[in-house]
Design a protein around this ligand. Structure first.
Ligand code: SF4
Ligand code: SF4
Length: 340
């Protein structure tokens, strides 16, 4: 029902084929990229469909408004190419069946509201911490965006379930919803746009909310004066337009995002999905290069946006003496001791 909007002519006249040429997991030159892109646009098989680790990055590498990664995932499903083992795919499907009743907690006014996705462990932030007070919360599978099926070869399930999820949120009458998990925000902006799925409320990225809250309390900030690495998560590749909030937050709290090889558009995956694909040599290689790069840059903290990236990489960075920390906890460090 929902068709991907991809402009074939734009690809035919593309001067760079950067979507594939810049891929950090498939070694591919421009001529080969051109041939493989042509095949995929025609719906044919390509080695790219088999070798892709589903890092999402080609969506960001394409500067011409096309959707190479969404095309790859749709073709993987059409051709029965599974990026991860079947039992894991089944587990992915089962853990997010939207059968439970929604959970809503109202603090003060009904809006602003934040969606905590499937991360109930962060509820305390919005009832106890000064930086986050008086937000209403929605949480649970009734509100889960389902974008993770881009990793498991069954993206049609996103399109099947997402309109109902959007209704579940919209039926409460919210005009704006802050999304704690970057992946939900990317779903409701990038993915819905690519497939012409209507979203009747305004999605707000958590970092925009965080930045504005910090600005409001700027006098209470005690600059951290710390060097940090930022671990970009896969869904950040879908919405680079909000990436500036990361730097704005770091500037406010005195965190220096040091220059390093594997940051920004050249970021490496946390490794979680690659491990799930049972590509263990690549998993070790990617995590080792990433953490060594942080070490060489002399960082004190590795800052995570995504709880899944934290689970995947935090132990490895901690082993090397770098402190793993979630973005919101780093912000709390900068205002702790003010009036708490
Ligand atoms: S998807 Fe974008 S970068 Fe890739 S060939 Fe098409 S226009 Fe070029
Ligand atoms: S999603 Fe990542 S691994 Fe797959 S083709 Fe795009 S850049 Fe390469």
């Amino acid at each position: 029902m929902y068709e991907l909007k991809i402009d074939e002519k734009t690809c035919e006249t593309c001067p760079t084929f950067d979507c594939l040429v810049r891929c950090q997991y498939i070694d591919i030159d421009k001529d080969t990229a051109k041939t493989e892109m042509k095949k995929m646009i025609s719906g044919e098989d390509s080695f790219v469909l088999h070798d892709c680790v589903t890092c999402y990055a080609c969506e960001e590498y394409c500067k011409r408004g096309n959707h190479p990664f969404y095309l790859i995932t749709d073709l993987q499903e059409e051709r029965g190419i599974l990026p991860m083992p079947k039992p894991l795919k089944t587990q992915f499907v089962n853990i997010s069946v939207p059968t439970r009743r929604d959970i809503i907690q109202f603090y003060g006014a009904e809006e602003p509201v934040i969606s905590l996705c499937l991360f109930p462990q962060y509820t305390r932030l919005f009832s106890e911490e000064k930086l986050f007070e008086e937000l209403s919360i929605i949480i649970g599978r009734y509100f889960f965006c389902h974008l993770m099926y881009l990793h498991s070869g069954n993206p049609s399930l996103i399109r099947e379930r997402l309109p109902k999820i959007i209704d579940n949120i919209a039926n409460h009458g919210f005009k704006e919803v802050i999304f704690f998990h970057d992946e939900c925000y990317s779903t409701l902006t990038s993915y819905t746009t690519a497939y012409s799925i209507e979203v009747p409320f305004k999605p707000i990225h958590f970092n925009e909310y965080l930045y504005n809250k910090l600005k409001d309390q700027q006098t209470k900030i005690q600059p951290l004066n710390a060097k940090v690495a930022f671990q970009r998560n896969c869904s950040a590749r879908l919405t680079p337009n909000v990436e500036d909030f990361v730097d704005d937050i770091f500037n406010l709290i005195g965190a220096e995002r040091v220059e390093r090889q594997y940051d920004r558009e050249n970021a490496l995956c946390c490794g979680g999905i690659i491990r799930g694909q049972q590509r263990y040599d690549l998993f070790v290689d990617v995590q080792t290069r990433n953490v060594d790069d942080m070490l060489n840059a002399g960082v004190e903290y590795c800052v995570f946006q995504c709880p899944a990236c934290f689970d995947s990489l935090s132990e490895k960075v901690a082993e090397k003496g770098i402190k793993p920390i979630m973005m919101h906890d780093l912000c709390l460090l900068a205002i702790q001791g003010s009036d708490k």
